[in-house]
Design a protein around this ligand. Structure first.
Ligand code: 2HG
Ligand code: ZN
Length: 452
């Protein structure tokens, strides 16, 4: 074990650097950087001495991507929180990596724009972390992934070089589009310091419906219909099963069931966002009427005001919190063909029997299932029944073992379930090229055996 004094000796030069920045803690070495130049100096120092670093934003990730494993230095970006520019004609926002997502949402709201991504952790997650993990969230079905909306980046490489890719153009086919290497690579290739992102205009009419379906096939058919009948105004299509709903109702005080008259097997939240108040509502109502008449929807409610809309969202966004309160939870974030997705939940239920509560919810519109397995406590024999079964099942159906949360520390060694070995080898070569000493976020993303 390292003593504090040996850590002090090892990091003495770094301590001086951090002291200049006047914001660090030493138990584990945490430095809050304010500028790209500070970051560049620190990385240069760390690289020359093979000191490993972990970039950290809001630390809201679910796969251990932003936590140190041994004695890595934590580089926190929260002080890099300025909005640099906003162009009201193009909707392009340029900001620093440490801006909290919710602050960007509020800033844009005043300008009549929205962020193209929204997630439950918006109050503390940082845009740099969102981009580094290619966060998906609740509106990806409408606005697409950050690979589409992020127009440019500035990043600092392991050796301290600052790479300016901070374009603001929608079209730019000059050479390799290197920013994509940094989107979703979880700080393993460089640390993002600035971002330019295309933001959509805020549209005046938002409608939200909370619906009940008796079976999963109905949810699927409802999605098929929603894409056709709601078309361009569809902005979210989320689902939760009865087990997820019960958890929310039992563990979150503020939640009320909008459809209390009966118990249903599935709940779907549909949001539309458009520019024509009356016709958008008419469109949604006609869609729902048709869905009810054809038996796809058993019951439903349309939010009548902002508070009701927020309470519908609160049910869906509250599932992870309710699961945390319920006990131990094993989390899986899977991309699967929509028609197969819920088979996994049912198979897992049969497999685990009474030992655990198997819960399915997520971004149905994107084919993204959050399979969560809740148990009174963590238990190795339970885990052995879940893994590798869950990964093998996903791989067999050509799914992804991480749809939107990344691989981080917890899933790095599982990458082969979703990526061919040649592809992973190429990733390892890119990692070695950009970070030959392996100082950036070690043990994350790429299996360590490929990097030695
Ligand atoms: C969500 O969609 C988040 O609510 C969290 O991605 C999912 O905790 C989870 O499993
Ligand atoms: Zn999610």
């Amino acid at each position: 074990m390292m003593t504090i004094s040996s850590i002090l000796r090892r990091y003495s030069g770094l301590k001086k650097l951090f002291k200049k920045m006047k914001n660090y803690k030493l138990q584990t070495l945490i430095g809050c950087i304010s500028t790209k130049d500070q970051l560049s100096q620190i990385l240069k120092y760390c690289n020359s001495r093979c000191l490993a670093v972990v970039p950290q934003g809001g630390n809201t990730g679910l796969v251990g991507g932003s936590v140190p494993v041994f004695d890595e230095v934590i580089i926190n970006t929260r002080r890099m929180n300025s909005i640099i520019s906003f162009d009201e004609t193009s909707g392009v926002l340029v900001c620093e990596a440490g801006c909290i997502l919710e602050n960007l949402i509020s800033f844009l709201d005043k300008k009549g724009f929205i962020m193209p991504l929204d997630l439950g952790a918006k109050g503390s997650c940082q845009i740099g972390g969102n981009v580094s993990t290619n966060a998906g969230g609740l509106r990806l079905v409408r606005y697409g992934s950050l690979h589409g909306t992020v127009l440019g980046l500035e990043a600092v490489l392991a050796n301290g070089d600052v790479i300016d890719m901070l374009g603001t153009l929608r079209k730019d086919n000059t050479g390799y589009d290197l920013k994509h290497l940094f989107i979703g690579s979880e700080g393993s290739l460089g640390i993002i310091t600035k971002i330019s992102i295309l933001t959509p205009p805020k549209l005046s009419s938002v409608n939200i419906a909370f619906l009940a379906c008796q079976d999963y096939v109905s949810c699927q058919k409802l999605l098929f219909q929603a894409k056709r009948r709601l078309g361009e105004i569809l902005s979210a299509f989320e689902f939760l099963d009865a087990q997820a709903m019960n958890l929310v109702l039992n563990h979150l005080d503020s939640v009320r069931n909008p459809l209390p008259s009966s118990v249903y097997n599935f709940y779907v939240l549909i949001e539309t966002t458009g520019s024509e108040e009356s016709s958008d509502k008419e469109k949604l109502e006609a869609f729902l009427l048709h869905a009810m008449e054809s038996g796809l929807v058993s019951d439903g409610a349309i939010a009548q005001d902002f508070n009701q809309a927020s309470s519908f969202w609160h049910i869906r966004e509250g599932v992870p919190e309710a699961l945390m309160k319920a006990g131990a939870v094993y989390k899986y974030d899977l991309s699967l063909p929509v028609e197969k997705m819920y088979d996994l939940v049912e198979e897992m239920r049969i497999r685990l029997g009474e030992k655990a509560n198997v819960v399915g919810y997520g971004h149905l519109g994107d084919g993204n299932l959050h399979l969560n397995i809740s148990a009174p406590q963590y238990d190795d024999s339970l885990l052995a029944q879940i893994e590798p079964f869950v990964y093998e099942w996903t791989s067999r159906h050509r799914g992804s073992i991480s749809a939107e949360h990344g691989l981080g520390l917890m899933k790095a060694e599982k990458i082969f379930y979703s990526k061919a070995s040649g592809t992973v080898q190429l990733m390892a070569s890119i990692k070695k090229l950009l970070d030959p000493s392996g100082i950036l976020n070690p043990y994350k993303v790429i299996p360590t055996s490929l990097l030695s």
